[in-house]
Design a protein around this ligand. Structure first.
Ligand code: URA
Length: 212
């Protein structure tokens, strides 16, 4: 697994306001969207393209366009929805599949409650978006789903990651043949006893959409 931490002052500035408990939901949503657009720039560096012939007003030339099959963006519900718009803005031709996953707050076990993905992902680059890589269980399950449907290149974009979650992914993906890239805004210190990232930003879903 390739791990890229987008170390950039603008990203760190926006992350600081995102982390701040005084930041309200509308501002949090806007910052999450801005951050994902910056991270998506890094995450799509290897997006597949093909040659494309055009004519400028001056001369014929060859450019490039995004290849088909189109990339697939997969937000993990609920918090991943807060990153969808920023990602689609950068990849406007992409399609979107959805995975709904919930974490049992007592056992930290993850289960899937929704799965709306194309049946066949052969030859497709997939971009999973989920703000928080905490234990890594959600991401491992999401990657398993995509690999099971034939995805041949997977990039996960997360705002924050915990060292424990990255280690779990490294261990669980050791035997997976599909290339996986992890793009993070920052790697935080640790997980607390409740599975929250420290210092983190709290519950990303609650901060985006309110407590349920
Ligand atoms: N999910 C969150 O929303 N926040 C954390 O800190 C960990 C998991």
């Amino acid at each position: 697994m390739r791990v890229l931490v987008a170390d950039h002052p603008l990203i760190n500035h926006k992350l600081t306001y995102l982390r701040d408990e005084r930041t309200d939901s509308p501002t949090f949503r806007r910052l999450a969207e801005e951050l994902v657009t910056l991270l998506a720039y890094e995450a799509t560096r290897e997006v597949r393209v093909e040659p494309f012939d055009i004519r400028t007003p001056v001369a014929p030339t060859q450019g490039i366009k995004l290849s088909t099959p189109k990339p697939l963006i997969v937000p993990i519900l609920r918090a991943g929805l807060g990153m969808l718009e920023g990602m689609v803005r950068l990849l406007p031709t992409a399609e979107v599949g959805f995975l709904g996953m919930v974490r049992d707050e007592a056992t930290l076990e993850v289960s899937a409650y929704a799965n709306r993905l194309p049946d066949n992902l052969s030859g497709r680059q997939c971009y999973i978006v989920d703000p928080m890589l905490a234990t890594g269980h959600t991401l491992v399950m999401a990657i398993d789903y995509l690999v099971g449907k034939g995805a041949d290149d997977i990039t996960a974009v997360c705002l924050l990651g915990a060292p424990e979650g990255i280690a779990h992914l490294e261990e669980r993906l050791a035997d997976v043949d599909v290339p996986v890239t992890l793009v993070l805004g920052a790697i935080d210190e640790k997980l607390d006893e409740n599975g929250y990232i420290v210092p983190g930003l709290g519950d990303a879903g609650d901060r985006l959409y309110g407590v349920v």
